[in-house]
Design a protein around this ligand. Structure first.
Ligand code: 5GP
Length: 238
């Protein structure tokens, strides 16, 4: 496998073509962004931590029968993945109220959501990733109804697997965002799963351990990502 030209650079990752049209290389950078890219900082070790974190989680999800694009780690900051035809939407499940849900509905942070909510957002930085619904997805052709239904089913399945994984490490999985794409017609989990795209609180103290530390200026961002990883058995030195 040969890494070729850069396809695009996102806010925290870059994507490269390979000599195999079905495979791409994800490069996890140290860049950390918030507020739709309005604030960007470099956090040392972040690329390595998120690459290894994502590899660990994607492997767990695959073992649980959830198809993912992850193939293997190529280096500390690079992973080989399947090349997906991405749906331009974000699937968010919430177990506990936080973030934009509290701002939108005026509910108290920390309120348990039973059953968990499922929300859709359009991937569009210029518009601030607006919330959309299932009929928008179909009417605008962002995904076919059956593909969206599969993505929703898989998003909930991820919740079952990861809520337990993080609970065993003394953490509450508050919410998370997933992105899906098609690989030869099959709906497959793409992008990444890392503390950048989920909320995790300590079960006892409710301390925020995820990217909200960066968004809210709480400090020790990467130390906290590493602590999450250690609690679920990730060896960042390997
Ligand atoms: P909220 O809608 O409360 O801002 O975010 C809900 C969940 O999805 C949080 O865990 C948040 O980290 C994640 N999320 C939402 N939008 C994005 C995004 O554009 N990028 C990343 N990395 N995560 C996001």
């Amino acid at each position: 496998m040969e890494k070729r030209q850069e396809l695009y650079a996102g806010k925290a990752k870059s994507v490269f073509r390979t000599d195999d049209p079905d495979k791409m290389v994800l490069v996890f950078r140290d860049d950390t962004s918030a507020f739709d890219g309005k604030r960007i900082e470099q956090l040392s070790r972040k690329g390595m931590v998120n690459n290894k974190f994502n590899a660990f989680i994607m492997t767990k999800l695959q073992e649980a029968g959830i198809p993912t694009h992850f193939e293997k780690c190529l280096s500390d900051t690079e992973s080989l993945v399947k090349s997906l035809d991405m749906m331009p939407i974000e699937c968010v499940v919430r177990n506990v109220a936080a973030g934009s849900l509290c701002r939108r509905l005026g509910v108290t942070e920390g309120q348990e959501l039973s059953p968990p909510t499922f929300e859709l957002f359009l991937k569009n930085d210029a518009l601030g990733d607006p919330m959309i619904n299932e009929s928008h997805v179909e009417s605008f052709g962002w995904a076919k109804a059956d593909h969206l239904a599969k993505a929703k089913e898989l998003t909930y399945k991820v919740n079952t697997v990861l809520k337990e994984l993080f609970a065993n490490g003394g953490m509450i999985l508050v919410d998370y965002k997933l992105e899906f794409g098609l690989f030869h017609g099959e709906v497959v989990l793409g992008d990444e799963f890392s503390p950048d795209g989920c909320r995790l609180w300590d079960s006892k103290t409710r301390e925020k351990l995820d990217k909200d530390r960066f968004r809210q200026g709480l400090g020790n961002v990467i130390e906290s990502y590493e602590e999450i990883g250690r609690r679920i058995g990730i060896d960042f030195s390997a």
